[in-house]
Ligand binder design. Structure first.
Ligand code: SF4
Length: 345
């Protein structure tokens, strides 16, 4: 025995040994010499300690199970722990509880760290996805800008062989449009007819001649305005354009409007009105007032071919084009007032 070891150290060592024995089920318990009568050991442990090697265990002391988990004792009975076992058992329970609590705390801490890491990863992934989307949108916008024509001539060159819809395989001519590249007023019809398909020019048949007369009646010439159609190729037998044909051709018209930058647009007929405004409705319900087309005033009226079929449309059409002319004059007057020194004719 090391005489330098203090009594409290010996007590602590002994208690640890007792706990260890209890926990591990050791056959013998070693006590530092001379402390058998000093330590408050449980009765059961004192008895075990006092047994001579080779002697059978007393009935009061349960023998060690032969296998882990096997608590039966050949020739003996399982006994409840005596009062002396209560203190170490309580300490053991306490220790086990503390260990379990520590493990739970550790697990909870780990789970919290995991959760925080997952949240950080999710945020990082969302940020990365957003940045990628923005990049993609910027690239698409750049690509769009790079492919946008800078003049009507360039736009014609870009699309005159278009086969984005089936009509492109049946046409004689791609009917792009005609008139003033810087027109303030743009007329948009439905689609080329037989005459237009033959000549490659819009509104050159009977309906086109009537449109020329209408324009002249409100002091416009064809060279002052710009005339085109929703579709640039003729649908067979002059049938109505299909929605998919309108969608396919939409980019060309939009580009024309972007380049010409008209102050006023006049939609001729139901198909043109519905395609431009993106809503259903009869001419009767849409005509007689201005609508908004991406910041441009848009008026709806009957198609000249409708007037050729039904004379009743002449009067409302006349009212509509007069309204158009009046609005055009107002815009010109307003521009002149905004720019001093400009003469209004
Ligand atoms: S109608 Fe328009 S989209 Fe279809 S082929 Fe002709 S130009 Fe192209």
């Amino acid at each position: 025995m090391n005489t330098q070891v203090s009594l409290s150290d010996l007590i602590r060592q002994t208690v640890q040994a007792v706990l260890q024995e209890e926990e591990q089920g050791l056959e013998s318990l070693y006590l530092p010499e001379g402390l058998d009568g000093t330590l408050p050991l449980p009765v059961r442990m004192r008895s075990a300690r006092s047994e001579q090697p080779g002697q059978p265990a007393r009935p009061s002391q349960p023998a060690r199970p032969s296998q882990p988990g096997d608590t039966s004792q050949p020739g003996g009975t399982s006994q409840p722990a005596g009062p002396g076992v209560a203190a170490p058992a309580a300490r053991m329970n306490q220790a086990a509880g503390a260990a379990q609590a520590a493990r739970m705390n550790q697990a909870a801490g780990a789970a919290q760290v995991d959760q925080a890491a997952s949240a950080a990863q999710a945020t990082q992934a969302a940020d990365a996805a957003q940045a990628a989307d923005a990049d993609q949108a910027a690239q698409a916008a750049d690509a769009d800008q790079a492919t946008q024509a800078t003049s009507l001539e360039a736009l014609y060159a870009k699309y005159h062989r278009c086969t984005a819809c089936a009509l492109g395989f049946k046409r004689k001519h791609f009917v792009f449009g005609s008139g003033n590249e810087h027109a303030d007023v743009m007329f948009v019809g439905e689609a080329p007819g037989a005459q237009e398909d033959e000549q490659g020019q819009p509104f050159v048949g009977q309906a086109g001649k009537l449109l020329t007369r209408i324009l002249n009646a409100i002091d416009f010439t064809r060279d002052e305005v710009y005339i085109t159609n929703i579709l640039k190729c003729r649908p067979p037998n002059n049938r109505d354009p299909m929605p998919e044909e309108i969608d396919a051709c939409d980019a060309i018209l939009k580009e024309q409007i972007r380049l010409i930058r008209p102050r006023l647009i006049c939609a001729l007929g139901r198909v043109a009105a519905q395609a431009l405004l993106g809503k259903n409705g009869s001419i009767r319900s849409l005509r007689g007032r201005f609508h908004d087309y991406h910041g441009i005033k848009l008026l709806v009226t009957y198609h000249p071919s409708g007037l050729l079929r039904n004379a009743a449309y002449k009067r409302p059409t006349w009212e509509d084009v007069q309204l158009l002319r009046k609005e055009y004059d107002r815009i010109v007057q307003s521009d002149a007032q905004a720019t001093p020194g400009t003469e209004v004719s």
